[in-house]
Design a protein around this ligand. Structure first.
Ligand SMILES: [Zn+2]
Length: 325
């Protein structure tokens, strides 16, 4: 069996060595339905042009999926791969790297804290589409999807079809910064995990207006859990509602974003500047507990890095360091 010999960490080398048939045979049926072997080989050959080697830059484990990102030696191309427990390749993304959009350089004027208590994990988040699926959409480009995990990095215990079995469900969601509540939608029922409600994508949500005409949105909240009213002034850290599974949500999680308008049709997502100058990405464990913060030196270094174009590359080594702690 080929798969028993497959070491995901060596994927970059396999790809460079043109072991495309082997890679193709390791990929899921869904992937094979998307692209034929011939097309895959052709695409991969042309992707490899000018590349001397690929280096592994990122690894995270979430919900039993190992996610890896390789960059080529010139850091102009990226390969993103996720592999399941059976060593089957579930996703493979080849793309140019470093072609940043202008909005990547514009951060919120206000500083925010993560709207959660205790430890959560960033399921999607960061300023590129490999670590953040929202990135493709301008209106939610810098959004975060946050979950809570247990043993084995899973997000639920026991059966997966009950919201109550998910670690994030019903947990308190907090205001990320002082402001005024300007929109509250409640009454959308929580989905059975695995099902989605595309008619009300945001589900139950709250929009808070902050200084500098910045607006935060907390979405997919639990039905009937919202504690604040439109027009109400709230303070950072104030309890807003409970994490739920309403709207276009396949399992309990919080969607958090900051935007330039309260009008969801017109709003553009803004990259979030955090109070501790630490910008989490996919796979990071986040916390509002003071003792988990980085040392002062690390924070100064990160604050400097945060505004440079290469910030994703700089962010990767620390992500690896965190995961293997
Ligand atoms: Zn989301």
């Amino acid at each position: 069996m080929i798969s028993s010999l497959f070491k995901p960490e060596e994927f970059g080398e396999m790809f460079k060595n043109e072991q495309f048939e082997e890679i193709y045979s390791l990929s899921s049926k869904d992937f094979q339905d998307l692209i034929s072997l011939e097309d895959f080989i052709e695409l991969s050959m042309s992707f490899n042009e000018g590349v001397n080697y690929y280096k592994l830059e990122f690894k995270s484990i979430l919900k039993g999926l190992n996610h890896y990102i390789w960059l080529d030696d010139r850091e102009s191309k990226a390969i993103s791969v996720s592999v399941d427990k059976n060593l089957q390749i579930q996703s493979l993304l080849l793309k140019p790297y470093g072609a940043s959009v202008e909005s990547d350089t514009v951060y919120t004027k206000n500083k925010y804290s993560m709207p959660i208590e205790d430890e959560w994990v960033v399921y999607w988040g960061g300023a590129n589409e490999m670590v953040n699926y929202h990135y493709t959409y301008e209106n939610q480009r810098y959004a975060y999807d946050l979950v809570k995990t247990g043993k084995d990095n899973g997000t639920n215990k026991d059966t997966d079809y009950l919201n109550e079995n998910y670690f994030a469900f019903s947990k308190d969601i907090l205001a990320p910064e002082d402001g005024k509540v300007i929109k509250v939608i409640d009454g959308v029922k929580d989905n059975v995990p695995g099902e989605m409600n595309a008619n009300n994508p945001e589900g139950n949500y709250v929009i808070i207006e902050h200084a500098n005409k910045e607006y935060s949105m907390l979405a997919h909240l639990k039905k009937g859990s919202i504690k604040v009213k439109t027009g109400e002034q709230v303070n950072e850290g104030q309890h807003i509602g409970h994490c739920g599974n309403s709207g276009n949500s396949s399992e309990p999680h919080l969607h958090f974003q900051v935007m330039d308008s309260a009008d969801l049709e017109k709003a553009k997502s803004i990259r979030i500047r955090f109070k501790d100058d630490y910008e989490p990405i996919r796979g990071d464990t986040i916390s509002n507990k003071k003792e988990n913060k980085d040392s002062f030196e690390d924070r100064v270094e990160k604050a400097e890095n945060a505004l440079t174009f290469t910030d994703f590359i700089l962010a990767i080594p620390r992500a690896i360091a965190q995961i293997f702690k």
